[in-house]
Design a protein around this ligand. Sequence first.
Ligand code: GFB
Length: 319
Amino acid sequence: MNKHTKIYIAGHRGLAGSAIVRELQRQGYTNLIGRTHGELDLEDATSTQQFFEQERPEIVFLAAAKVGGIHANNSYPVEFLMSNLLVESNVCRAAYATGVNRLIFLGSSCIYPRDCPQPIKEEYLLTGPLESTNRAYALAKIAGIEMCWSYNRQYGTKWLAAMPTNLYGPGDNYDLNNSHVLPALIRKIHEAKVAGIPEVVLWGSGTPQREFLYVDDLANALVFLASLDDERYNILTNPGQCPLINVGTGEDLTIRALAEMCAEVVGYNGKFVQDISKPDGTMRKVLDVSKINKLEWRASTRLKEGINLTYKAFGDNQA
Ligand code: GFB
């Protein structure tokens, strides 16, 4: 991958996709392409095929996906399953038909079994039952991983599936029903502070543990992986093994501790109360990141620093 390689970022307006664009630009890549949902519906096979034939990207970051937090996943399983299956099938088929060289498919740490040993190694995929609140999304993403591996096995492509842990950062979704926990907490705590409300509601018991990755670190990891030399990249995408790699920090904390950290950043002195009618989801999902660490990549943003940056972006956005 050189600085003029034609790179398509599917989902370039989303949390992950926009961070990938920022990182590629920061590194001096000049030939980037993206389409908004209005310009190209990736759920439509014909338009997707036509787009690839016209543009002929050499590298693809497949960051377009229907995503959401625990409530959205639990409430709209049909959309999470169907939309993600369509997008990944259409993009993979068109990418193969037009000879895309390297494709990086994005999934999520919820693909792993609900009760698997911690930290979670790549090889634990499909070793046990999934968490029920996001089973539909997880199955769609598992199908995407299998799709990459199948193309590698059958057609000799070099596609890689990167599994980030829970992401956060500038450009996130702050809708209180559909967002992930971190943006929801930033918004709820900020609004409570501004309105002088003495307590903020946390969903569930507050005891589940989560690992959070600042989205610019994810983007840095993905560009690092996509630009690995052939020798190292080919080991990852060797058709004899599932082309799966975890991307995270390897550290987690409870939702309660996360809320307290967000309160410190926002400068909120109220208290937290639990709404235990809301689901906890998986009790723990911290990734084993030794595979990517061995390639000499590590996340660099500490959680508190990342929350500070995110809160600043949230404020700028509101202004
Ligand atoms: O981030 P989150 O929605 O999704 O929730 P998951 C993480 C934890 O935070 C759960 C709790 O235990 C929630 O109950 N929580 C506390 C809250 N307060 C809130 C709140 O105000 N909003 C939200 N959203 N949660 C998603 C999956 O799982 O993570 C996806 O559903 C995907 O498939 C994504 O894998 C990364 O971490 O449970």
